[in-house]
Design a protein around this ligand. Structure first.
Ligand code: GLU
Length: 340
């Protein structure tokens, strides 16, 4: 066993105790990063612009369901793009991989998240974590009416979070009245037959999805659900079929951090998603979920303190998923059939 693995195991053990030293570790990281003063709070709608740049919360939830939180971890904010992997999961659960793949590709785009651009040969959005792909997966939310579809969306997110969620109406209205690019993207996709002819309804659902109120602890439970094979570790409720977990995690690793995805994969190495509201959630498969909330964003649109916190945790505890520590095994053991 390597030093990092030992550190990680003792970190998990420490999370289980009430006077947990992991709180000390998180407090230390929080204290060392809270003075970071660069970055800008998103200001395209008043509900985001009014966020306090000093807000900074960190939460970690283990696959045993315990959470340790420091700072402003209970501060509510709109989930924005952090919803996108979970809506992709809902589309996969509802329609299966082949159908979803026919509507949304799984390639990093190399373009801004809100680009009005589709894959030229197939007219598909590049991936489900850019706006075009997220509008396409929103189109796949099942239900006979708008009301059914928003209920299905909220109850899916609630399975991950383990509590009742609400759409913040002011944020929804602001998203809707400023969402001209998203409207253009949706109409382009309608033109190519990538989404159904109910564009306004699907856009409303997309704007509502962005406006769901969560806090840092909620996001850490959502991430922990992905870390725990798709079962919410607090409630025991399965939120996604296990066969689709790797679809979510691989797309989060490749595309979850806007135009920083390559460096994120290199430096932090965790499946993750960030949002314009200043959230970052990251998954340590089989171990725990991490969430950070701090509104100031860097030039790539990621929370400055969110990225710094995840880097610090990944480096300190050797969390990079490709940081393979060879422990010695026989080839026969390595080539046993997968559990599916
Ligand atoms: N509501 C935002 C949009 O659709 C989401 C942006 C984000 O968090 O990336 O533009």
């Amino acid at each position: 066993m390597t030093q990092e693995n030992n550190d990680l195991d003792s970190l998990l053990n420490r999370m289980r105790t009430v006077s947990s030293p992991i709180r000390g570790t998180l407090t230390e990281i929080h204290t060392s990063l809270k003075g970071m003063s660069h970055g800008r709070v998103a200001d395209y709608i008043p509900e985001l612009a009014s966020a306090d740049p000093n807000w900074f919360g960190i939460a970690i939830t283990g696959v045993d369901g315990n959470t340790v939180e420091v700072g402003d971890s209970a501060q509510p904010f709109s989930i924005q793009s952090a919803s996108k992997p979970f809506v992709y999961g809902l589309a996969l659960d509802s329609h299966g991989r082949d159908h979803v793949l026919s509507k949304v590709n799984v390639e990093p785009s190399g373009e801004a998240f809100n680009s009005i651009v589709l894959d030229q040969s197939t007219n598909r959005p590049f991936n489900p974590l850019v706006n075009s792909g997220a509008i396409a997966t929103t189109d796949l939310i099942p239900g006979a009416s708008h009301v059914d579809r928003i209920k299905n969306l909220l109850s899916k997110l609630e399975q991950y979070v383990g509590r009742t969620l609400h759409v913040d109406n002011a944020t929804f209205i602001s998203e809707r009245s400023t969402g001209h690019r998203n409207r253009a993207i949706a109409h382009l996709m309608l033109n190519f037959g990538m989404i159904e002819d109910r564009v306004e309804e699907t856009l409303e659902l997309y704007f509502q999805q962005c406006a769901v109120l969560v806090n840092c602890k909620d996001l850490s439970v959502m991430a922990a659900t992905l870390a725990n094979g798709g079962v919410n570790p607090v409630t025991g409720v399965r939120a996604i079929q296990s066969e689709y977990l790797k679809d979510l995690l691989s797309i989060m690793l490749a595309c979850g951090m806007y135009d920083y995805a390559g460096q994120w994969g290199y430096l932090v190495g965790l499946p993750a998603k960030s949002s314009v509201s200043g959230a970052v959630l990251a998954v340590v498969p089989g171990k725990f979920g991490i969430a950070v909330y701090s509104p100031p964003l860097d030039e790539r649109g990621n929370s400055v303190r969110g990225v710094a916190t995840c880097r610090a945790l990944s480096e300190r505890f050797g969390l990079h998923v490709l940081d393979a520590h060879f422990v010695g095994s026989s080839l026969d053991n390595e080539f046993r059939p997968s559990r599916g």
